[in-house]
Design a protein around this ligand. Sequence first.
Ligand code: 5GP
Length: 134
Amino acid sequence: MTIFSKIVRGEIPSYKCAENEEFYAFLDINPVAEGHTLVIPKREEDYLFDLSDEELSRMMVFTKQVAKAIKNAFPCQKVGMAVLGLEVNHAHIHLIPLQNEGDMDFRKPKLQLEATAMQEIAKKIWQEYTNIPK
Ligand code: 5GP
């Protein structure tokens, strides 16, 4: 089982940002920016682009809702989207609030945020997510 499946099952804690029946969004534990969020299918699949067209389409609609929630919670120019998957073999999309293109640099030192700060960030995104028309 992947670490992200354990997160979905609640066996490993996470900072929840959004959820529906099929997909889950939570804060990246090593964020490159405040609000850096991961979107995953609850169903285990290694590589994003191995999802069926239908599942990937539904995931993109969910991702769009999460991106809107992030932008409302953390005013930014745009919300950037990236697919890496080099570390965790469970399909996921990175969403990152962008002020400039350097905010998408995954090699820069990660933010060190206290648990209370992470909780606050996730709560803000969750509140915005619940207000997004579905
Ligand atoms: P990638 O597979 O896209 O290269 O990187 C995986 C991402 O997942 C990294 O940004 C890393 O910080 C994040 N990550 C790895 N393990 C955990 C975890 O247990 N919890 C959370 N919230 N994020 C994780």
